[in-house]
Design a protein around this ligand. Structure first.
Ligand code: ZN
Length: 287
């Protein structure tokens, strides 16, 4: 049976979309075989893996063609957002090299907002003859993009830096260790403690993170006290870390880990961080 092989870093959704196109199958037929397409959901993984079984193991598909390994390495237990985004320069290169275009896995993940290779913001795709969200549930190829109606993703400097960090992590395989949310939280509390931060000076910590992440360390002098406070409040999530009600550990998103990592232990690899965290008690004592 024919099956298109995934290109390096191609999203799994994209492999199915190309299959549909190559075989000229209707939306209905493709949904009968794979179910509806929910970006980042991978409910069709088993069926796709069966189709590619002679060439690709399922683990390889997950490791090299989804964002799951990156998110797992960062202990992200949330349900992050996915959408169709693309880099026009990369698409051009793909077409020249392969004669067709495909979606890269990191484009569809909303934490990534720019192409590191071309240094440009990604474009949010609108599709020909379709309303903004009317492609939901179906599989689309980049040839369906309506370039005139697609717009660049608005991306702050801060978001761009986080985005580059995420793309750096793409080559990582799925972590082989288990780190509980409680261990993850304890690790970061330990790091913050070593840097002199406790429950009592949270405002200082919030301000430090604000300065680092909003202004690269030095906020402009023109910034008024109220603006400063407004920005500092964006880091109120650090309160959660120290809060007694989250004794069991918190399920936090990847961007919080990235921000603390970069500020408090930039020289540690994520694997080292996980190894250190795994040495801590997995669950609260006395419970
Ligand atoms: Zn590019």
């Amino acid at each position: 049976m024919y099956a298109p092989y995934p290109y390096p870093d191609e999203a799994l959704e994209s492999v199915i979309a190309r299959y549909q196109r190559h075989m000229a199958l209707s939306d209905k037929e493709i949904q009968r075989r794979f179910g509806a397409n929910h970006l980042g959901g991978y409910s069709y993984l088993d069926n796709l893996a069966n189709m590619l079984a002679c060439a690709f193991a399922q683990e390889k598909l997950v490791d090299e063609h989804t964002m799951s390994p990156v998110l797992n390495n960062l202990s992200d237990k949330t349900y992050p957002a996915f959408a169709y985004r693309y880099c026009p320069d990369c698409l051009k290169e793909q077409e020249e090299q392969n004669g067709e275009k495909y979606w890269k896995r990191e484009w569809l993940f909303c934490g990534v907002c720019r192409c590191k290779k071309h240094g440009k913001p990604l474009m949010l795709a609108t599709f020909k003859g379709k309303g903004f969200f009317s492609h939901a549930g179906t599989f689309v190829v980049p040839d369906d993009i309506d370039e005139d109606r697609s717009r660049p993703v608005v991306c702050s400097n801060e978001a761009a830096r986080l985005s580059d960090r995420l793309t750096d992590l793409l080559p990582l395989p799925h972590p082989s260790d288990e780190v509980t949310p409680y261990q993850w939280r304890s690790f970061w509390l330990q790091k913050l403690g070593q840097a002199g931060y406790t429950k009592k000076n949270l405002k200082l910590l919030q301000r430090r993170l604000m300065e680092k992440w909003e202004f690269n360390g030095t906020p402009p002098e023109s910034l008024s006290e109220s603006e400063r406070n407004r920005l500092t409040n964006r880091y109120s999530w650090v309160k959660e870390l120290f809060s007694c009600t989250t004794k069991k550990g918190i399920y936090w998103g990847h961007e919080r880990t990235l921000k603390l990592w970069e500020e408090f232990c930039p020289d540690m690899a994520i694997g080292e961080i996980r190894k250190e965290a795994a040495k801590l008690p997995p669950f609260p004592r006395n419970e």
